[in-house]
Design a protein around this ligand. Structure first.
Ligand code: FES
Length: 182
């Protein structure tokens, strides 16, 4: 059986990404926590730094840069970045809605919530709205199984979702109210 990693390349960083000196010092500190020759173990932490530093997503150039820093093959970075849904390998909107689609949430209607958001925002899962405001993703269990259907946006969880709550949520984020409690 052959496996194939698909990395969208429709958008690229025009210049080679380079960490700021401050961030690079942090990167080197993290790498130094691992034994010599085991820098690959730092890949997830460095990818988080890279996402934060380079626009919230990981381009091919960014992943190649991380591979160079860790002295590993680019494919070793691509594998990690494309495996975990928390990493974005395409440009994202200002807000990323990650709706849990695992069993317990599905039993209480996550499918309906996903479909409702798709229709409301006129996007499919994995897409970003034309105004670059929202990206819709799905995720596996986010550890809030008793509170489904639920979604994560940034560091916030929004739980027991209904269509009405989704309306309120989207209006609030559009208005810049990211502190909304739902
Ligand atoms: S199944 Fe949805 S948070 Fe666990």
């Amino acid at each position: 059986m052959s496996s194939q990693i698909h990395i969208p390349i429709s958008e690229r960083h025009s210049e080679k990404p380079v960490f700021s000196p401050e961030k690079m010092a942090e990167v080197q500190r993290v790498i130094s926590e691992y034994p010599e020759g085991k820098s690959k173990s730092a890949v997830i932490r460095i990818l988080h730094f890279a996402e934060d530093e380079f626009g919230g997503w990981l381009s091919i150039e960014t992943m190649d840069y991380v591979a160079e820093i860790l002295n590993i093959e680019p494919i070793e970075v691509y594998e990690v970045a494309t495996f975990y849904t928390m990493f974005n390998v395409e440009p994202i909107g200002k807000y990323v809605f990650e709706v849990c689609r695992t069993g317990p949430c599905m039993l209480v209607g996550s499918d309906n919530i996903i479909e409702y958001i798709e229709n409301k925002l006129d996007v499919k899962v994995g897409e970003t709205t034309k105004d670059k405001m929202f990206t819709l993703k799905t995720a596996e269990c986010l550890g809030a199984c008793g509170y489904g259907p639920m979604l994560q946006c940034g560091k916030k969880y929004h739980e027991h979702l209904t269509k009405e709550k989704v309306d309120t949520l989207i209006d609030a984020y559009r208005a810049g109210n990211t502190n909304i409690e739902i």
